[in-house]
Design a protein around this ligand. Structure first.
Ligand SMILES: [Fe+2]
Ligand SMILES: [Fe+2]
Length: 259
């Protein structure tokens, strides 16, 4: 099922929250942005999402009007369906320069020829339709080469693996307006998947300059209202990743794996 996060006469932001069976793999959101009849898709996911996403998308644009596939990073839940998108559309892949020569491993030989745009660490603004999408540096949140996407029309920040909660596909369709109580999985996820508080602080300082109506993460529910400020304040002071690692986490294992 698709949910419209924003819609006006010429611009729409659509999310898909329930294309991954809850019992099969971690819930993941995919996004489509359409402007003046042209479109981009953000973090389309793996093979479980391809059929439904490519079919439902046709309500908004034809596959040949898809200009770009943007990948926040190169994880399987982000871009493992790349081979099918390269076949089913003429779109180019837009991804961090760190992953531009790794992502073609998801594809058959030749599928990505001259169809990968390698984004430098500083990010940039990507024109499509009559608008631009801002590619914001989000390195180490959590991947080494990582971008988030800000849409200045809808004022939605598509935050990838930041602002994540671990919910069902149905729950992820409901906007959260307060982090009191914190949604399921949010604290544990950020403590382990984010690399360090230094990085979070740098990111918070950058995004406080943006006018944000909604934060739409790749897992879990979108955040709006008071939840946006609460998330930024919380992340600004959150110890995570290497902040929490010490000799205790680096011991030769002695326990058999349960298999
Ligand atoms: Fe990831
Ligand atoms: Fe993810």
């Amino acid at each position: 099922m698709s949910i419209e996060l924003y819609k006006d006469a010429q611009h729409a932001c659509v999310t898909f929250t329930d294309l991954v069976p809850d019992e099969e793999a971690v819930q993941a959101n995919q996004f489509l942005i359409v402007d003046h009849g042209e479109g981009v898709i953000l973090d389309p996911g793996g093979n479980m999402t391809y059929n439904e996403l490519s079919l439902t998308m046709r309500k908004y644009i034809a596959p040949n009007k898809l200009d770009y596939i943007l990948a926040s990073h190169a994880d399987p839940d982000i871009i493992a369906s790349l081979d099918r998108w390269m076949t089913g559309s003429q779109a180019k892949l837009v991804i961090s320069a760190l992953w531009a020569r790794f992502a073609p491993h998801f594809c058959k030989l030749g599928k990505t020829d001259r169809r990968v745009i390698a984004v430098p660490d500083a990010g940039g603004r990507l024109r499509f339709g009559q608008t631009q999408l801002w590619l914001l540096p989000a390195h180490f949140m959590h991947a080494e080469g990582n971008f988030q996407f800000y849409d200045p029309v809808s004022k939605i920040l598509f935050s990838g693996d930041l602002g994540v909660s671990l919910l069902s596909g149905a729950q992820a369709g409901h906007v959260i307006t307060s982090l009191d109580p914190m949604p399921h999985g949010m604290e544990a996820f950020h403590r382990r998947y984010m690399v360090s508080n230094k990085i979070l602080k740098l990111w918070v300082r950058m995004v406080r300059q943006l006018d944000i109506a909604l934060i739409a993460p790749q897992h879990g529910a979108p955040l709006a209202g008071a939840a946006i400020g609460q998330l930024l304040d919380w992340l600004d002071n959150l110890p995570c990743g290497i902040d929490l690692m010490g000799p205790g986490q680096y011991q030769i294992p002695t326990t058999d794996l349960a298999v």
